[in-house]
Every structure is written in structure tokens, then in C-alpha cells.
Design a protein around this ligand. Sequence first.
Ligand code: ADP
Ligand code: MG
Length: 627
Amino acid sequence: MQSQVGQLPSKIPFVGPVFAKRLEKLGIYSADDLLHHLPFRYDNFAQVAKIASLQEGETVTVQGKILEIKNQYTRRGFVLQQAKMADDSGTLDVIWFNQPFLTRILHTNDPTSLSGKIEKKGNKLILKSPKYEHLASREVVSRSYETTSQEMIHTGRLVPVYPETQGISSKWLRNKIHHLLATNLDQRLHQVHFPDSLEQAEQAREQLAFEELQAAFEKARKRKEEWQQKAVGRKFKIVEIRDQLTTFVKNLPFSLTGAQKRVINEIYKDLAREVPMNRLLQGDVGSGKTVVAALAMLAAHLNGFQSALMAPTEILAQQHYQTLTTLLAPLKIGVGLATGASKDYVNYDVIVGTHALIADQLKFKNLGLAVIDEQHRFGVEQRGKLAAKGKNPHVLTMTATPIPRTVALTLYGDQDMSVLDEMPPGRKLVKTWLVPPGKRDAAYQWIKDQHSQAFIICPLIEDSETLADVKAVKSEYARLQKEIFPNLKLGLLHGQVKDKDKIIDSFRRKKTDILVATPVVEVGLDIPDATIMLIEAADRFGLAQLHQLRGRVGRAGQQAYCLLFSDNSAASQRLKCLEKVNNGLELAEIDLKLRGPGQRFGASQHGQWELKIATLADLQKFSTIKA
Ligand code: ADP
Ligand code: MG
């Protein structure tokens, strides 16, 4: 079910290149993807009623002939479409707004089906802005002409409503999916798109979800099998280098936490084995994953191997490069940074970079260890590509995103898990408040009084930054600078900004007081002096993600604060959990519960798990069966 990037758009029947491009925004690359693009709800137009029996307020389908249809121009420049429809029981007035093309689509005497809400105008019933569909001109689907000689898809039934994108409407999707279904025998797909009843739709959806989970589960199992069959010549000597490792640890500016020691030992055990390591290190923001990675890299170096660390953003790669240089350069270990431009990094011992690391031109001498930070930001293929730069190197992936047990069991069955469940000492909890809208000005004043550095985060509406999102953060930045904080220096950071590192650097060096940003700062950014994190429209984020965001402040052990704003009062119970709970994994579990079982992974931050159909509830059910 996973989309194949690079597959030609023309592979989807009935879809031309322009629409294929738009479909990519919905993650649809193939006919199969399109068939698995499920409705998020159904309009119930199943009740077909005679015109004479219509009641005000009911949602119905009426079927008959158009008696007349015309455009009516109003004085204010609007155009109404007025029509009369008749069946054998009576006539009904129909009205649409600003759809002048309708007079070219719906013709007098055409048998037509209209679905919508019956309203009262004066003492007359009218049908306002109904959905419409020709009855006669549609191709014949059913073979028995005596019963229905055609299938309605936009009216007269449970009508699927889909996640849409610019230029792709539910109506368009319905047509295409209906075409594709004509040659598809899978009843579950028929029932999920054009169900006979809501029960059947849900049953079909659940079956498809289980199929998806089963496939993901099998995939992980297969990956594990393949991995274990890899013969390796990468068995690291660990006992022999123990002294050097111990000296390194002794020279650190801090002592390792118990959890760090435990995890490092787990990693060293892996490295000393024949089978290459495939371990996922999970640890809350600030739990100290980087030094664990550095210790693994040091072991690789002492065994004569190169290592690579891949990070999802340039900001983060830059930061890791600096950290690793500080840690490893004194030991005469050459640390290199691979950014966009291609270069030969063959001579560095440790190479840090973004996905530039997996570019074909980039060659390694003898890559023995691949580390992938914030692994969920990379696809399975990208991770595989980095590993393929060496001869079955050991692989360590790291994430601050908590992975609930159910998810780990189902989707990460191939990886061994390590958890950093202990914070370095002296960390203060970030004091968190959900601020009522009425206290916004007071909050701004409070920020001024703190004389400290602050982040102000404006959310993204979609996964990737769109122009509208950027505009939102730009105008908020302008508003804050001009009206709220005229005496402070503000910086602006989002994905499309050119000199990201300059902006971050000026923030780090306190040349800027407040950084207005999209969640590009979410992953890993380390600004020691910032103590305030203000988050707009916090309800758009998952709890675990908010937790990651607040992990950006108080990094040097000061008391730090997180202010959450939200206009959505329905979300306040969920957001208030952040005031009390301080553990990422626990917050993720709460999110699973509070966001409701219907929450789909694809539509949320859980999109990282690459599930399109399965909901959290499905996953929970599935993992109970598998456990
Ligand atoms: P993350 O797990 O979020 O990647 P980092 O590796 O960036 O966390 O570590 C966060 C900060 O904590 C860094 O400044 C690092 O030097 C520091 N740190 C890591 N381990 C310890 C420790 N055992 N004691 C004190 N500080 C530590
Ligand atoms: Mg990190």
C-alpha cells in the first residue's frame, strides 16, 4: 500500500498528468493508492422522497425532470440558478448560488436526481444548493434493467466525502474511484466507498485496516529476517578498547545517567556481534541521545571504521557537527559536515549531514556505523540507502517521538528498542499553562517582564509548509514586531527562509530576543538561553509534539515556561494534560485515548507511521491479537 515515488502519473487510469500532480499532495501515486483513499464521512442522501411528501428540514433525494432552469442576476452582482423540478406527485423550486455553469449541465426534461436539505421560503418549500446527478446519461452498471439500470454515486445514497486538496474535489474523487471500482472485485472497497449501510462501511473499513496492519507487520518481520541473514565482517572489538572508552566518558563535562550507561552497554553488545546492529533509541527531548551516539561512533573509529550521522534538517546537522567536533576532535577524530553540495568525504572519520549523505556521488571508505537522528523524518528507503553506503554497517536510529508499545510491536518488530527513561540531573520541569484567550495581552506583558529569550510558534496547517502557512507566520511576525514588541528584536524562521543558520546563530548569540517560527524548531534545536515557548493554535498539535516543542527551552537548567494558546475550547482538556504530565511517552498514550479511536494516522502527526487506513483503535485491537 505504500506509495511508490517515481511511479509515472499516467499509471492511474482516467487521470491525466495535471490531476496526477495534484493527487500527489494527497499521497496518491497509483490506482491502488486512489482506491485506498477512504472517505472520512458519508452524506446520507439515501432517503428518496416524493415531492408531495416533503417536510421542512429533512435531507432527501428527489428524482424527476427539470422543468426549467435559468440564471438570475441580482442587483449586487450575484447570480442565482433557479430551477423547477417535477415528479409524478408535484413540483419543487430549486435554487443554487453562483454556479452559472449549471444551466449548461442540467437541461429541461432531463431525468435528474437532486439531494439536499428542504427549507422553507415564505410559505413554499424549496431545495437549496442540492447535489445533482443525471439519471439517464450515466452508463449502465447493473445488468438487471428491471431494477435500477444505473448506480447513483453523488445523490440518492450514502455519498462518500473525501479528504480533498486544491483542485481535487470529493465529486471528482468519487467519479474516478467509481470508474476504478468497475473492474475491481474487492467487495470491501466497494462497501467502503459506496456502502449499502454505515455498518457495512465500517466493517469494510476495519477489514482493510487490519489488512494494512498485517502487511506492515509482515514487512517488519521480513525486514528482520533479511537483516539477520546478513553475513558480517563488522564484529567490533569492544573489550579491547574499553580503556579508551572509559577515558572518554571520564573526560565528559558531566557524568552519564544510569539510563545512558545502560543503553550504551546494550549498543556495545550489539556492536560486538556478527549480525549488524539494528537498534532504535527512544528518548525524550534532552535525555542525552547525542552523547550515546558519539560513544558508538567512537567505538567504530577505534575499530578502524567510519561512521555517519544523518539528521533531517540542515539546522540539526550543523548542530550535531558542532557537538561531535567538540566531543571527538580532541581525540584526533576528523569530523566532516556534508551539506547540499557534493564532495568527497572519504577522508573523514565521522561524517554528519542531511539526506545529502545518501546522494549517489557521496562515497564512504568503510562505513561501519550509520546513525539516523529523528528517524521518523526519514522513510524506510532513505534509511536503507544510508546503510547501503557501507557493507552491512551497524545501524542506530534515534527518536524523541515516543512510540507506544502497540506501535512498536506492530510496526517496529524488526528493530531492537532502547529507551532513555531518565533525564540528566538538575533539569527543571517546564512550567506549562494553557492561557485563556482573554489573557493574551497579559501574557505578552509577562514575556516582556521576563527579559529572556522566547520562541513563538505558529503552526502549520499541513504537513509541509504551504504558502498560506508561511504567510501566516510572516504576518504574525510583522504584527508582533510592530504592535506588541516594538522595543525587542524579533527573528523569523520557517522552512522557506534562506539563511536559516544565520537566523538561528543570531538567536543563539542573543542578537535576537524572540524567534517567531513554524515548527521547524521542533526537532533538536539547542538554544541554551531561551526560556519561553509560546505556541499558537496549540490544539493543532499532538501532545507529544507539544512536549517536544517545550523541550526546546530551559536547556541550560534554568526555569522555563511554556504558554499554550488555543481558540478551540473543546481541546482544553487535552491541552491541560501538559500542565501536569511531563513524560513524552505518557503524553503520547493520553493522546491516543483522548483524540478518540477514530483518529487516523495519515491525518495527524502519527502520519509518520505510514498507515493510511488504520486508526489507533484498530492498532490496539490488532496488537492484542498479535501479542
Ligand atoms: P536529545 O536526547 O534531545 O538529543 P541531547 O543529546 O541534545 O538531547 O542532550 C541535551 C543536553 O543535555 C546537551 O546539552 C547535552 O550536553 C546534555 N547532556 C547529555 N547527557 C547529560 C548528562 N548525563 N548530564 C548532564 N547533561 C547531559
Ligand atoms: Mg537530539
